[in-house]
Ligand binder design. Structure first.
Ligand code: ADP
Length: 177
């Protein structure tokens, strides 16, 4: 692998991550407060492989990352097998479940499918370092933060596209081959 010479050293991770300015906002889950129906609607309205989980929409503090596949399987299982879980049930990703109102449907606890240590880089990390991290750790995606607040996501494909754009070559021949 000798792509470094070809790589645009002036790029920063913030230039390659998503969302771009014109893109819809990053699709995130909050660690509490969303219902099963809301989570399903979010997952089904996108094709992303995973979703960052934040403390709250307002804080955007990163809690973890959950894979689309795991979310869909867990919700489907719970709807079939877990007594009382319905669209209005609250999805709980926190360590300790919030109090359950007497007249509310039971919570759906999904902490078990949450990756609590997703890889992150800061927005100002030079892209050649981010590429090195992807290569060495074999990452598929990495979250991008600024002072601990979640800003975006960068996938292996985003990097390949960016490098292909710069090198104007077939992406598959440049990286991870
Ligand atoms: P891939 O890049 O391998 O196709 P995804 O399907 O997860 O992986 O992502 C497709 C595109 O959407 C990528 O450009 C990625 O940066 C972006 N993306 C991934 N997850 C999210 C998300 N939760 N919210 C917004 N954009 C995302």
């Amino acid at each position: 692998l000798e792509p470094k010479e070809e790589f645009d050293h002036s790029s920063l991770t913030v230039d390659v991550m998503r969302p771009r300015r014109s893109d819809p906002a990053l699709a995130v889950l909050t660690q509490e407060g969303m219902t099963v129906g809301e989570v399903e609607a979010l997952v089904e309205s996108t094709h992303y492989s995973g979703f960052p989980v934040v403390v709250s929409q307002q804080s955007q503090r990163l809690v973890g990352f959950v894979l689309r596949r795991d979310l869909l399987i867990s919700i489907d299982n719970a709807r079939k097998r877990q007594e009382g879980v319905v669209s209005a049930s609250q999805v709980v990703l926190t360590e300790h479940a919030p109090p359950q109102a007497a007249d509310a449907p039971p919570h759906l606890r999904l902490r078990g499918i949450l990756d609590l240590s997703p890889f992150t880089v800061s927005d100002h990390t030079p892209m050649d370092i981010t590429v090195d991290i992807f290569r060495k750790l074999g990452l598929r995606q990495c979250l991008v933060t600024h002072n601990g607040r979640l800003l975006g996501i960068i996938t292996k494909k985003d990097i390949l596209k960016h490098m292909a754009h710069i090198a104007n070559r077939d992406p598959d021949s440049i990286l991870f081959n």
